[in-house]
Design a protein around this ligand. Structure first.
Ligand code: CA
Length: 551
């Protein structure tokens, strides 16, 4: 960072000063945000707009700017966003699965406190969220696309959301209404990634109140399973082979039981529907004709090859990855449309653009697709922030950050005081000091993780066992507590996490230190203990969850 920033102590004074100024607004209903300029010379004069573009299952290693083994032209607009802003290389998630990540982002609290431990829970929309606090601070808020939290969105002046997971083609979308139900469902024709962007752009151009700053969330279904690309890209990458990871045929010998007994292997778990070997549902007649013209010849070719064994796995890998990347290509197109529209509306200079995903994804590493594990490919998620006039283009940040931090970051951007009691209840840290190029000396040294979505003795999606863990700059310690197994990895020596060193005497001291760190974080975040006891958890929600698990 080239910009000159105030010292830490100066920043502290500035934050206090800001909170004093904002205190006068508390309880006064909707007010204009206080312009931060007189307080913080590094910040723009006006509280910025916030455009948060968010995808589902987009691994950072499928973004050119992060370094990718895939064709380098798949994400030109995301790469440009990184070139114009800051790219976070070590952004971990607290719980690598869709709905829980969304609930963490909205609340700034870990899953056991926001109540969404797995994809099964309904989000309690009465709890405090960052969009509600932004509304209180004078922002106009809107969300378009995937919501995936079962309850209706709260804290938004407007929303148009997919129902549940939502389809890739011709989606039904729900928006609030004055009718008896409180909402209206409308069927759209076309490709969902494009439609979500269309709706967001219409709002930006026609519905937005220019007197207020806005916070708009644009949440894509893509590139979630089962990876249906748009008609324009059905043949893309047909003429190339996608590079394989060198652990595509991992035999899991260096790991524990959990890696061996999952159900997320390209070889065995992908279905004919995932692989587009059967007719696709949800497409209209014209779309089906285009689809069949693209896939039927490719599928006929496969039939002739009569592949088996590793060769068939390799073919499945190519089909999976090409469809995944085709979906991402459409996301990237639409990011380009969003950014162009910001330029056309002369909003780019006063809008912070954030790109992220609910978690990463396995793209053939360890022979897998999907997520859930605390292993790097899906534990890390992309995070790119463009803040014109503040963040130097091409900045790369290596500090440990998390999706737990987004809420407080957005609120800090908006000038909401960190002293606000609702903000104080949040468990993350604002990333604004990092964006200002002024990393606090006491920045966190570790991140806490916990994955819950496994029910003993039941068929559970992908069969990934419950675990919790701690990640530091160099090491990762994971406890699969229901299996009674520990794993530890040296991310510097073994970035692909192929060799569990937890029982290596040479690393005994590191293990002991990490176990203590894990316990410290669990206490800090009020996490119930490993065996599911609720003795340390003040919230009844987790008790209900555990009771259901017993049934
Ligand atoms: Ca997801």
């Amino acid at each position: 960072m080239k910009i000159t920033c105030p010292s830490l102590s100066t920043l502290g004074v500035l934050v206090c000063g800001l909170s004093l100024l904002l205190a006068g607004c508390a309880g006064a209903g909707i007010t204009r945000p206080t312009d931060p300029k007189p307080i913080d010379p590094e910040r723009p004069a006006k509280a910025p707009n916030i455009l948060f573009i968010f995808t589902d299952d987009h691994a950072s290693h499928a973004i050119g700017a992060y370094g990718s083994r895939f064709p380098d032209h798949i994400t030109p607009h995301l790469d440009q966003l990184a070139a114009d802003g800051m790219m976070f290389r070590r952004c971990g998630v607290t719980n690598s699965i869709c709905a829980p990540s969304r609930a963490v982002i909205l609340t700034g609290k870990h899953s056991h406190l926001n109540g969404v431990l797995t994809n099964a829970e309904r989000f309690d929309g009465s709890q405090m969220t960052f969009p509600k606090l932004l509304q209180r601070a004078g922002y106009q808020t809107a969300i378009f696309g995937k919501w995936h939290l079962k309850s209706e969105p709260t804290g938004f002046d407007h929303y148009e959301r997919l129902l549940g997971q939502g389809p890739y083609y011709n989606p039904m979308m729900r928006s609030p209404s004055d009718n008896e139900k409180g909402h209206t469902d409308r069927k759209h024709s076309g490709y969902t990634t494009d439609i979500i962007t269309d709706l967001a752009l219409d709002w930006l151009k026609d519905e937005r109140n220019g007197d207020q700053p806005f916070m708009m969330m644009v949440q894509h279904k893509a590139p979630h399973r089962h990876w249906q690309p748009p008609p324009r890209y059905l043949d893309r990458f047909d003429d190339i082979d996608i590079a394989e990871p060198d652990n595509l045929f991992d035999d899991y010998s260096g790991r524990g039981t959990a890696a061996r007994i999952q159900d997320m292997e390209i070889a065995t778990t992908l279905t004919k529907n995932d692989l587009k070997l059967v007719p696709q549902r949800g497409l209209d007649e014209a779309q089906t004709a285009i689809w069949n013209a693209a896939y039927q010849p490719k599928n006929a070719e496969l039939k002739q090859l009569e592949l088996t064994g590793d060769n068939l796995v390799r073919w499945k890998y190519q089909r999976y990855l090409k469809d995944y990347l085709r979906c991402i290509q459409a996301v990237d197109d639409n990011i380009g449309r969003m950014l162009s529209t910001l330029d056309e509306l002369d909003l780019s200079r006063e809008t912070v653009v954030i790109y992220s995903s609910d978690q990463g994804f396995f793209l053939g590493e360890h022979g897998w697709f999907d997520k859930r594990f605390m292993y790097e490919e899906c534990y890390k998620t992309p995070l790119i922030v463009r803040w014109p006039g503040v963040v130097d283009g091409g900045s790369v940040e290596e500090s440990l950050v998390s999706n737990l931090d987004y809420a407080q970051t957005f609120l800090d951007l908006a000038g909401v005081s960190a002293k606000d009691s609702s903000v104080q209840e949040m468990q993350g840290v604002s990333l604004v000091p990092l964006l200002l190029g002024n990393k606090p000396e006491e920045w966190r040294q570790s991140l806490y993780y916990q994955y819950y979505e496994y029910l003993e003795n039941q068929r559970t999606a992908h069969m990934v066992r419950r675990h919790r863990g701690v990640c530091t700059e160099r090491y990762k310690l994971i406890h699969f507590y229901n299996l009674g197994e520990w794993e530890m990895y040296d991310l510097q020596e073994d970035p692909k996490e192929m060799k569990n060193i937890v029982d290596d005497p040479a690393h005994a001291a590191t293990r002991e230190k990490l176990e203590k760190e894990l316990e410290k974080l669990a206490l800090q975040y009020q996490v119930p203990d490993d065996r599911g006891s609720v003795s340390r958890d003040p919230h009844q929600r987790i008790e209900a969850y555990q009771a259901r698990e017993q049934q």
